[in-house]
Write a protein that binds this ligand. Structure first.
Ligand code: UD1
Length: 429
């Protein structure tokens, strides 16, 4: 049970390098199972979810070897079809990509119902509907999702809601199916495009990723590949917001500026200065922040995974801001923690009304999920006094070396254990 102890008030200054995108990496790791050869994947983030997916893959005889800090090699040549039900599966949402990947490879898959962050109900009906459209039968029995087909055949799949997970799962299931699959109302997130590019680099025939109609023509064989994961848009956005919250001046490197447009435009509306370079953005903030309204939506809308972080920032802006959560039913659980720090926020269903306050004050807080934890880190960096954040394992599921990266930017942040003793960072990294 380690915690972060942050003494707020330092302006973040300097350069931070963003890692590979968590949600792309997790999908790509599962997708490797579809290949008959070894795949090399670069720009893999050093986060605990990646290690957990590697452990899940080991359960089905897929070897994941670390070549260096950011490159792994996945050997799926001895993969076996067996139920995937270890405890870890229930902790990592992305483990459900093994449903599509194993179905695509063996026409059969059996995987535990997935876990992940708790944002209220997280249905998988669109995934199951998609599998059925490809000719698979499914049942949910004793906590397992079982999917099976004699032969997968391409078909039209219309999604009733825009779902990243369902889009990726049906791409995985159809990439080796016979004939043409057309996904309509597909998700357009950068990591959907990255997954499609990865599969295409192995010989798949996927067109239209990044638009709402994706066409997948089944191929018989997928070869090995060497592929580099896109930068993490949410990690980048989090450092951008942290820079703004502390009145800092930070160069966020290794980013794709196009993926940051929604975040950039909201920060600019708040009065933050953003300079865009080819693979980096410089964020500077001086003076008061202005209110703004935010509605989260599927890409290219404002990402729901940045909602807690921007809300932490808006709690320090002048005036009243309205944040409307347009994707998840229950993603405001962290607001109670921000209120303990002095934020003035009221929540009604999927809407938060934020009355900006002059300052937040450090106190004892708990991360309720990954991005909620990031919001508390931002609030703690901007607050006066000491903020303790418990349950940092949530944060480390998605942020590589966050403590060290913030230290490099001049933050006063420490990892401490239950007895409030500092942890030797050299042992952690
Ligand atoms: C992914 C991301 C998560 C992000 C979310 C939205 C991963 C591992 N996680 O989650 O960080 O917050 O995208 O950008 O990539 N829905 C249904 N039926 C379904 C599937 C989804 O109704 O079968 C609904 C959900 O309840 C939610 C919305 O669709 O309201 C979006 O969910 P989805 O895009 O599927 O999220 P995930 O893929 O689980």
């Amino acid at each position: 049970m380690e915690k972060f102890l942050i003494t707020g008030g330092n302006k973040l200054k300097g350069t931070v390098k963003v890692g590979g995108a968590k949600n792309a990496a997790l999908a790509v790791m599962s997708a490797s199972v579809l290949s008959n050869e070894v795949c090399r994947i670069k720009n893999i983030p050093g986060i605990s979810d990646v290690s957990l997916v590697a452990k899940i893959l080991a359960e089905i005889n897929v070897k994941v070897k670390m070549l260096n800090k950011t490159t792994i090699e996945i050997d799926p040549t001895r993969v076996v079809q067996r139920p995937v039900s270890c405890d870890i599966v229930r902790r990592v949402r992305a483990s459900y990509y093994l449903l599509g990947a194993l179905l695509g490879r063996f026409s059969k898959a059996s995987v535990s119902l997935p876990g992940g962050c708790n944002f209220g109900v997280r249905p998988i009906d669109q995934h199951l509907k998609g599998f059925a459209r490809l000719g698979a039968n499914y049942e949910i029995d004793a906590g397992m999702i079982n999917v099976e087909s004699e032969k997968l055949s391409g078909n039209n799949v219309y999604f009733d809601v825009v779902s990243v997970g369902a889009t990726i799962n049906i791409i995985l299931a159809s990439v080796k199916a016979e004939g043409l699959t057309v996904l309509e109302n597909a998700a357009k997130e950068p990591h959907v495009v990255d997954l499609a590019n990865f599969l295409n680099s192995m010989g798949a025939d996927i067109r239209g990723a990044g638009t709402d109609v994706i066409k997948i023509r089944g191929v018989e064989y997928l070869s090995g590949t060497s592929y580099s994961i896109i930068p993490d848009q949410i990690e980048a956005g989090t450092y951008m917001v942290a820079a703004a919250a502390t009145g800092g001046d930070v160069m966020v490197q290794n980013v794709t500026p196009k993926h940051l447009e929604a975040i950039k435009s909201k920060l600019e509306e708040m009065g933050v200065t953003i300079e865009e370079h080819e693979e980096s953005v410089r964020v500077t903030q001086d003076g008061p922040l202005e209110k703004c309204n935010v509605k989260t939506m599927p890409h290219p809308g404002f990402p729901t995974d940045m909602q807690p972080q921007i809300s932490a920032l808006l709690s320090l802006a002048q005036g009243t801001s309205i944040v409307n959560e347009g994707v998840w039913d229950n993603r405001f659980r962290y607001i109670e923690e921000l209120k303990r720090m002095g934020a003035n926020i009221s929540v009604d269903g999927k809407i938060a009304v934020i009355e900006g306050v002059k300052r937040l004050t450090g106190t004892y807080t708990k991360a309720t999920d990954l991005r909620a934890g990031a919001a508390l880190v931002i609030a703690g960096l901007a607050a006066s006094g000491e903020t303790t954040i418990e349950n940092i394992d949530h944060i480390e599921r998605g942020y590589e070396n966050i403590c060290q990266k913030l230290l490099n930017l001049g933050a006063n942040i420490k990892r401490i254990n239950e007895e409030n003793e500092p942890i030797n960072m050299a042992k952690v990294l």
